[in-house]
Design a protein around this ligand. Sequence first.
Ligand SMILES: [Zn+2]
Length: 436
Amino acid sequence: MIWAKEETYSREEIECIQLRKLKETVSYIYEKVEPYRRKMDAVGIKPADIQKLSDLQKLPFTNKSDFRDNYPMGLFAVPKKELVRFHASSGTTGKPTVVGYTRNDMRVWTNNVSRIACMGGASSEDIAQIAFGYGTFTGAQGLHAGLENIGASVIPTSSGNTKKQIMFMQDLGTTLLVATPSYALHVGEVIRSMGLDPKEDLKIHIGLFGGEGMTEPMRDEMHRIWGDQFLCTQNYGMSELCGPGVAGECEQLNGMHINEDWFIPEIIDPETGEVLPPGSKGELVVTCLGKEALPLIRYRTKDLSRLMYEPCACGRTTCRMENLSGRSDDMLVIRGVNVFPTQVEEVLLKIPEIGPHYEIVVERKNRLDVMTITVELVDDRLLDSYSKLRELESRVRKNLKALLGLDAVLKIVGPMSLQRFEGKAKRVTDLRGDGL
Ligand SMILES: [Zn+2]
């Protein structure tokens, strides 16, 4: 089901809406948000200079550091009394990023999430279990409201307490699971360890995943554990932009449709900031249209993607963003080689003896970077055969070297040995400290 008619507009109609809203948003932010007005004044741009869509490129970027510099509410465009909700993203260091919503922002957000849920196959028939952590994180509340809005029955289990999650799945007949992909895999493993077959013994057939990216091998692994009936889609968003609801995968699984009447995407070269031609891969930059509490122009997401404008068989005409190939922040530079953890994951998941959980530790020994990857066996009987283990180890290292051009130390451990995560998995530890 397609939730909103705007998802099927012609390119001309979409661009017409985008230009109208962009002009309004730029005038609004110039008038209401002093830090952004200063940025525009510094480059000599006035709202009246925005006459066509490509004029967007004249506007300054907004960065995560702008949130830090204006903590907590310096980028807000409305007084507190007009807000009906706050959220905050977990800051790994220092203060979190605080975001706010007016009543109208909540309405738009909820409808955008409803679109994403429908893209992933959800309907009013579904019983949706939300295993995202509630609290100030936007994921749980966003999906909760969006799913309720389409008439699905929501079970707000929050994250953790896996046995209880499974009990609700059985007793209430859950059909749809909202979780991070890594937690969904863990729940699937626990279901199997209880002697149950998710396909036969449960009704779950839709997974709406977010909070972290899902690579294709990870999706295959999800099918291996949960069964072929499990339609797993991922969606894209971040609290600065609204939360979930920016883009989502449809059942065609060929990238995430962007809600373009509310968000204008651009792809830039992360080094130079230059806008790249259509089809190029680079850093995703998003302008939010029509947001009242926290308008954002050209927000640098640090996520690497590519935009696709070819028509999609689902009937939606909105542009799609390719599933994330990593965050420019997550990139590790090891002995001068650029390494994304998702590349390591792709290699590992293609090896049948190894499970989907892994850990990467980078440290410096004798002035040399050393990457150690710990992987889990699917079957612990392999631990008894030294020669088979050595063969596996050399195969994994060879495949990693072929893709990354880099050798790694491999540690192989038994099934269920690595830590499981209820939210976003922490897979990389960089112990190199000051980078010397
Ligand atoms: Zn589609």
